[in-house]
Design a protein around this ligand. Structure first.
Ligand code: BGC
Length: 737
């Protein structure tokens, strides 16, 4: 008996040891090791840990890096990658530098490293955070195997202005959905222990309000109330911090006159004092030096003092800390305590990453780590769940695989670069399935698939129109691919219009005029104003930029192997003139009314969007009925259960994303007309019905009042449940005083 207990005890101990964090991860241990190391560091070595420099291009380091590392003057690089190369650099740090502090290798692994997943805005359209977690996990696994330990992701900026090209990198316009995706992506990249060999350190960016850039012009200034910051722009960052994100990146923009990279309110008061963040903040690319252009620092020396004192620990690319740190210290413009605190945060993360114990990457693993069959399968699955069926009149879709002939039209049908989108990691065009290839692989052997470009996305030539029109005339149906190229979205890709670029709209009109059944597939990284198409073409699929497997996923949907289930995470305006346009707008004294001129709207166009937030169709039909509340009245700290029946009343199996919104109609401050506070994806067979439940509590019902206190105010609330923000059933309840 005693022997048995002993064996059992041993098994339990071995098991516990196996699941326990590695030695370097134990919090007390980490702090001791950090302090012991810090005590040995010279001022120059300390400042060196706060420096990050860019590589030479193509993943190479610069020769200068090795020299700096040898002297202990460089803590991190960006863009340097490849197991062999990072090991080469690391060997200098571990063998030739005085204190043997490993280098931290960072890179923008935003939606995949080599296997490219849909752009983040598309993944958010799945309304399925678990999918984003799984894609981030694949990205982390691939990245780790090429020597990277840190990704500058997730990008969690809320964006209400589709002119801003970087709307493509985030989860859209809503803080609740954005927070869910922020959490999921942090979990996917970091796992429970980011020292694991298939994980990387994450970085929530761009802190903060970068998405509020005035006019949608990238890098522009922002002017926001603290309420808006706390209720709209902070939540995804707070969610990332709560999920354990190790780092944040300070943004380029100014917030109410104070640049985000010198903003003590956001970086210290909120992030550290309120949210208890204990990792470090890296600046965005040269954003420390850019404080001079902002006009808050006269020179680099002042810029360094402002940024470091505000809470930016690591400086990306510019070298103000290193150059001017010693002088600032002498002049008492910087204290050793602040420098130590910054270095402590950087070292803490390096220890937690296990970098000191495992500084190298196993070079033998790299070739088998990329584009694994299961990763490619997942990319296809996620792409299929990220594409939004915007319109499908008279069941124009799905198409039959045995149709006689198809005209595939538009340069984006045969573009290998566009599906990869912006920040495509090390994704390769040769590993990308185009829509044309996807369609060819899907249809029957007898089906003739013809292709005509028609026109390019950007230029003005219509020389290819005749060929495209003739092809459509000779075919049973036409599938048109129109939208944006990869370089029209992302950083520094703000657009002044949301129209289809070039002559593409005319191409659609010319093909539509042929009179054959026509489907439009949009390939784009931001909402587009495609009113003519919405009014005239029976079927529209929003494919976004769907990653390596985009073409296969599009074909899966067009031909009915996958039933679309995605929903827009962002509003599609009818015209750029309506921007900013978002579903959770504040109530006004004159809410918009179609028939009343003296209400808040434009008189020359309907006040509603082209496609509302949360919109997305399926090949089957769902009914949401029987909304019930667990109580007519709760108190401010109480809980309310909201439930509905969801029924598949169509003929195919499918998923519905059930969305819950609330409204606080009378409060001490104006409140949004709707706020998303819950969503659930439900899979149902034809005829199947399920009860779906949501729980609302204090976290969902409150807001930041005029005294900047989070309060749940008594009174009546409206709760709405439906299949989009514009298609809901509702009920009322009361919060007791
Ligand atoms: C972008 C960041 C990115 C960084 C490093 C900057 O220009 O704003 O999002 O992480 O470059 O590549």
């Amino acid at each position: 008996m005693r022997r048995l207990s002993l064996i059992l005890l041993t098994i339990v101990c071995v098991f516990l040891a196996a699941i326990a964090p590695v030695r370097s991860q134990r919090p007390r241990d980490v702090e001791q090791r950090v302090n012991a190391l810090l005590a040995q560091m010279t001022l120059e070595e300390k400042l060196g840990q706060l420096q990050q420099l860019d590589g030479e291009g193509n993943g190479n380091f610069r020769p200068e890096h090795l020299e700096l590392i040898r002297k202990g003057l460089l803590g991190s690089t960006l863009n340097v990658r490849g197991a062999q190369r990072t090991n080469q650099v690391q060997r200098v740090a571990m063998n030739e530098s005085r204190l043997k502090i490993p280098v931290l290798f960072g890179f923008d692994v935003i939606h995949g490293y080599r296997t490219i997943f849909p752009i983040p805005l598309a993944e958010a359209s799945s309304w399925d955070p678990l999918l984003a977690e799984r894609s981030a996990a694949v990205a982390a696994q691939e990245a780790n195997n090429v020597g990277l330990r840190w990704t500058f992701a997730p990008m969690v900026d809320i964006a209400r202005d589709p002119r801003w090209g970087r709307i493509t990198e985030g989860a859209g316009e809503d803080p609740f959905l954005g927070a869910a995706f922020a959490r999921a992506r942090v979990r996917g990249f970091q796992g429970v222990d980011y020292s694991a060999p298939d994980k990387v350190l994450a970085c929530a960016k761009h802190y903060v309000a970068y998405g509020a850039a005035e006019g949608g012009r990238d890098y522009n200034t922002t002017d926001l109330s603290e309420n808006t910051l706390r209720e709209i722009y902070f939540p995804p960052f707070k969610a990332a911090v709560d999920a354990g994100v190790g780092t944040l990146m300070s943004a380029f923009n100014a917030i109410n006159g104070v640049p985000a990279s010198a903003n003590a309110f956001t970086l210290t008061k909120v992030l550290r004092d309120e949210w208890k963040f204990d990792g470090f903040v890296v600046s965005d690319y040269t954003s420390v030096k850019e404080l001079i252009n902002h006009g808050v620092a006269a020179n680099e020396e002042e810029a360094a003092a402002l940024a470091l004192n505000a809470g930016v620990e690591m400086e990306m690319v510019s070298r103000s800390y290193n150059t001017f740190g010693p002088r600032l210290l002498q002049q008492n413009k910087l204290t050793m305590a602040r420098i130590d605190e910054a270095v402590r945060r950087v070292l803490r993360i390096k220890f937690r990453l296990g970098l000191f114990d495992q500084p190298y990457t196993d070079e033998a693993r790299e070739p088998n780590a990329l584009l694994r069959p299961e990763s490619i399968r997942l990319a296809r699955e996620i792409a299929g769940r990220s594409m939004v069926l915007l319109k499908n009149d008279r069941e124009a879709l799905p198409l039959s695989k045995s149709v006689g002939s198809i005209a595939v039209i538009g340069s984006l049908a045969d573009d290998r670069r566009a599906p990869l989108g912006w920040w495509a990691g090390d994704g390769k065009e040769e590993n990308t399935v185009t829509p044309l290839a996807g369609i060819k692989a899907k249809v029957s052997a007898q089906t003739k698939v013809g292709y005509a470009k028609g026109c390019d996305v950007k230029d003005d030539s219509t020389a290819g129109f005749d060929e495209a029109v003739n092809l459509a005339k000779q075919s049973d149906l036409a599938i048109l691919f129109v939208g944006e190229t990869a370089d029209m979205v992302g950083e520094a890709a703000s657009r002044s219009t949301l129209d289809l670029p070039g002559r593409q709209m005319e191409l659609v009109q010319a093909i539509h005029a042929v009179g054959k059944p026509t489907v439009v597939v949009l390939v784009n990284g931001r909402p587009l104003s495609v009113g003519w198409i919405a009014n005239n073409v029976p079927a529209i699929l929003e494919s976004w930029m769907g990653g390596s497997e985009s073409g296969n996923a599009i074909a899966d949907i067009l031909f009915g192997d996958v039933n679309p289930s995605a929903k827009l995470p962002v509003t599609f305006p009818r015209s750029v003139g309506q921007v900013p346009m978002y579903y959770n707008y504040m109530n006004t004294g004159r809410p918009p009314e179609a028939e009343n001129r003296y209400t808040s709207k434009y008189f020359d166009m309907p006040w509603t969007p082209l496609f509302p937030f949360g919109h997305g169709l399926s090949y089957t039909k769902f009914k949401i009925t029987n909304l019930q509340l667990s109580a007519p009245r709760i108190d401010a700290n109480g809980k309310l259960t909201v439930s509905v029946d969801v029924e598949n009343v169509g003929a195919r199996a499918g998923d519905e994303v059930v969305q819950l919104y609330i409204r606080d109609p009378v409060a001490t401050m104006t409140r949004p007309v709707k706020e998303l506070k819950g969503f659930q994806r439900v899979s149902l067979q034809p005829g199947q019905k399920r009860r779906v439940e949501f729980v609302l509590d204090r976290e969902h019902l409150g807001f930041w009042n005029r005294e900047m206190r989070y309060v749940v105010e008594p009174g009546e609330f409206r709760v709405m449940v439906g299949s989009s923000s514009a298609d809901v059933i509702d009920a009322r309840f009361e919060v007791a005083g």
